[in-house]
Design a protein around this ligand. Structure first.
Ligand SMILES: Nc1ncnc2c1ncn2[C@@H]1O[C@H](COP(=O)(O)OP(=O)(O)O)[C@@H](O)[C@H]1O
Ligand SMILES: O=P(O)(O)OC[C@H](O)CO
Length: 566
C-alpha cells in the first residue's frame, strides 16, 4: 500500500502503511554470514544480505574459518541490508535492537589487548582432537563416552568446544603465551562478535549466552555456570572464558564505528536453538528439524532436563531473561545432511548443481534399488557418537546408476532423522506426532516426502527456510519490548504439509536395512595422531605432558566422582 504524506506526495512503501520498529539479526552460519532485518512481530524478512565464507580445510578432517572474515562480512552485510531500508521507507534509526545467532561449538582464541585472533577458528565439525578424546576415554571407567553427561549433557566428542580449547593450548605457542600472560580470551563465535561489536580491546564485553555455553562441555546444565571441575579437567582457566548470560537481555550497545554503531544488543541464541524459537516450538513436546550442511533435531522438554539414555544431547533451548527459568531441549545432531549433496557435486561430480538437479535426478527412479549411503565422512554423531565410522555406499549392483546413489544420499538424511526420532521417542516416552522442518535443504520436495514416508508422521515445512534468524529476532525483540514471546507463542507459522504414503511394514523393512548399513560403516577409521602444519605443532603434538595433564585430571575426576557417590 502506498501512503500519501501531508503534501500529497507518495511516501516510500512502508508495509500496510504503518511503520513498525525493526529488529536486526547477525546470522553467522558455517558457510555464510547474513544480516537480516525484520519488522517487529512479523515473520517475513524485510531486508537481508548474505556473503559466503571462505572454506579452509588444511588437511583431512580439519575445518577452519577466518575470524576477521566473519567481522568483515558482518560489516558488509549490515551495510547492504540497511541500504535496502531506504527504498522501503525505513532508515537505520528504525532498528531498535539487534540479535545474534550463530553456528555453535566453533571456537576462537584471541588476545585481550590487541584483539588479534591467535589461530583460525576451529569449526564445530573439525575432528583434529580425535586423539585427545582417545587419551581421555582411556582413563574413564569402561571408556564411557557419557561420563560427563550428567553435568554437561554432552558426550566426550571432538564436536564440543572444550576439546578445541585444549588443543589450542597444547599446540599453539601464541595461545599458551597469551594464557601465561593473562591475555587469553576464548569464545564461541557469538562471544567473538559481541566482544568486537562492543569495543574490542577498549572494553568489549566478553560474554556468551546459555545456549552457546551449553555446547562447550564446560557448563553445568543445572547451575548454568562454568563447572570448576570440568574447567580443571580440560585445563581452561575461568578468566579466559566469557561470562554466561541469558539469551534475551540488554547486553550493551554497539561501539565499533560501523553502521550498527549505537544500536542495542539484546538477544543471543545458538542457531539451532534459534530455529526452535523461530519455528514457535515453545511448548514442551514440540520439535523441529533443520536441514542444512548438517541436520539438527531439537525437542523442547520445558524446564525438565531430560537425560537421554539413547544417545541424544541435553542442551539449553533458551532463557528469556536473567530471572527467567531456563528451558531445555533434547537434541539429535547429524553431522552430514546437505553436506552429502556437496560431496556428490564436488567430489564424485555426479551433479553440477545441488539445488536444481538433486530432486530431479533422484526423482527419475522410484527407489534406490536397495542402495544405502551412510555419509559418515568424519564419524557419526547422534545417536551413535562413533568417531571411528566412515562413509560407505553399499548394495551396488550392475544396474545401479547415479540416480540411485543420489536418491540414497537423500534417504540417508531421512534415515538419520529417523534414528534421532526413535531415540527421542524412547527418551520422552511419547512419540512425536508431527515434525516441523526448515533449513535450505528442506526446499527439496522429494526429500520432504521421503522424510514423511520413512518416519510415518506428517512433515510441516516452514515457508521461510531461515527460522534461526527469525528466532534471534524474537528473543532480541522480546527484551526490547517490541516482540512479545507470549503473543509469538500463538502465532501460526505457515507451512506446507507432507503426509506419509507408506505402510509401517514398508518403512520398517527399509529402516532395518539402513541399520545394517550403519553397522557396516562402524570401526573403519583408526585414530590418527593429529598431524600438524608447523614444526612447532609437530613437536607439541608428540609431547607427552599435555596428554598426561588431561589423564591426571581425569584420574582426579574419577576419584572425586567415586567420593561423591560413596
Ligand atoms: N534443493 C536441495 N536439495 C538438496 N540439497 C540441498 C538443496 N538446497 C540446499 N541443499 C544443501 O543444503 C545445504 C544448505 O546449507 P546452508 O543453508 O547454506 O547452510 P550451512 O551454513 O549449514 O552450509 C548445502 O549443503 C546444500 O548442498
Ligand atoms: O552449519 P550451520 O550453520 O547450520 O550450524 C551448525 C551448528 O550450529 C553446529 O552445531
Amino acid at each position: 500500500m502506498v501512503v500519501l504524506n501531508m503534501d500529497g506526495v507518495a511516501d516510500m512503501p512502508v508495509r500496510d502503511g504503518v511503520k513498525k520498529p525493526l529488529v536486526g539479526v547477525i546470522d553467522d552460519g558455517t558457510k555464510t554470514v547474513r544480516f537480516v532485518i525484520y519488522e517487529a512481530e512479523r515473520s517475513e524478512e524485510l531486508a537481508a544480505y548474505q556473503l559466503d565464507k571462505t572454506e579452509v580445510q588444511p588437511q583431512e578432517g580439519w575445518y577452519e574459518q577466518d575470524p576477521m572474515e566473519i567481522l568483515n562480512h558482518i560489516r558488509t552485510c549490515s551495510e547492504n541490508a540497511i541500504g535496502q531500508l531506504t527504498e522501503l521507507g525505513y532508515s537505520k534509526e528504525d532498528i531498535v535492537t539487534l540479535g545474534i545467532t550463530n553456528q555453535r561449538e566453533t571456537t576462537i582464541a584471541w588476545d585481550k589487548f590487541t584483539g588479534e585472533p591467535l589461530h583460525p577458528a576451529i569449526a564445530w565439525n573439525d575432528i583434529r582432537t580425535d586423539s585427545t578424546v582417545d587419551a581421555i576415554l582411556a582413563k574413564v571407567p569402561d571408556r564411557n563416552k557419557n561420563y560427563l553427561k550428567s553435568i554437561s549433557g554432552l558426550p566426550i566428542s571432538p564436536y564440543f568446544s572444550a576439546l578445541k580449547m585444549r588443543w589450542l593450548k597444547d599446540n599453539i605457542k601464541a595461545v599458551r603465551r597469551a594464557s601465561r600472560d593473562k591475555r587469553l580470551l576464548f569464545g564461541t563465535v557469538d562471544s567473538w562478535i559481541v566482544w568486537n561489536l562492543t569495543g574490542g580491546p577498549q572494553g568489549g564485553l566478553h560474554i556468551t549466552d546459555v545456549t552457546n555455553a551449553s555446547r562447550t562441555l564446560l557448563m553445568d546444565l543445572e547451575t548454568l555456570n562454568w563447572d570448576p571441575m570440568l574447567c580443571r579437567l580440560f585445563g581452561i582457566h575461568r578468566d579466559s572464558l566469557p561470562q554466561i548470560r541469558s539469551s534475551s537481555e540488554l547486553y550493551g550497545v554497539v561501539k565499533d564505528g560501523s553502521i550498527l554503531d549505537g544500536i542495542r544488543l539484546s538477544g543471543i541464541l545458538g542457531n539451532q536453538q534459534a530455529a526452535l524459537v523461530g519455528q514457535n516450538c515453545l511448548l514442551a513436546g514440540q520439535a523441529k528439524n533443520t536441514y542444512r550442511s548438517g541436520c539438527f533435531l531439537l525437542y523442547n522438554t520445558g524446564q525438565r532436563r531430560v537425560q537421554s539414555t539413547h544417545g541424544l544431547i541435553t542442551t539449553v533451548a533458551y532463557k528469556l531473561g536473567p530471572d527467567a527459568p531456563a528451558v531445555y531441549a533434547l537434541e539429535g545432531s547429524i553431522a552430514v545432511a546437505g553436506g552429502a549433496m556437496k560431496f556428490l557435486r564436488d567430489n564424485l561430480k555426479l551433479i553440477n548443481d545441488v539445488v536444481n538437479e538433486t530432486e530431479h535426478i533422484a526423482g527419475q527412479v522410484f527407489s534406490t534399488g536397495d542402495v544405502y549411503f551412510v555419509p559418515a565422512f568424519s564419524g557419526l554423531y547422534a545417536p551413535y557418537w562413533r568417531k571411528d565410522a566412515r562413509g560407505i555406499i553399499c548394495g551396488l549392483t550392475a544396474f545401479t546408476t547415479k540416480n540411485h546413489i543420489i536418491r540414497a544420499a537423500l534417504e540417508a538424511v531421512c534415515f538419520q532423522t529417523r534414528d534421532i526420532l526413535e531415540a527421542m521417542n524412547k527418551d520422552c516416552g511419547m512419540p512425536l506426532s508431527k515434525l516441523h522442518v526448515d533449513g535450505k535443504m528442506s526446499s527439496n520436495d522429494l526429500l520432504m516426502q521421503i522424510q514423511a514416508d520413512l518416519t510415518g508422521i506428517p512433515v510441516l515445512r516452514a515457508h521461510s527456510w531461515d527460522m534461526g534468524a527469525l528466532g534471534a529476532a524474537v528473543v532480541a525483540g522480546h527484551c526490547a519490548g517490541v516482540w512479545g514471546v507470549e503473543r509469538w507463542r500463538h502465532h501460526a507459522t505457515p507451512a506446507d504439509t507432507f503426509l506419509p504414503t507408506t505402510t509401517d511394514d514398508d518403512r520398517n523393512v527399509r529402516y532395518t536395512k539402513w541399520k545394517m548399513a550403519v553397522q557396516r560403516s562402524l570401526g573403519w577409521a583408526t585414530t590418527k595422531k593429529s598431524i600438524t602444519m608447523t614444526e612447532e605443532r609437530y613437536k607439541l603434538l608428540a609431547s607427552i605432558p599435555a596428554t598426561l595433564y588431561i589423564m591426571g585430571s581425569f584420574a582426579m575426576l574419577v576419584v572425586s566422582k567415586m567420593l561423591k557417590n560413596s
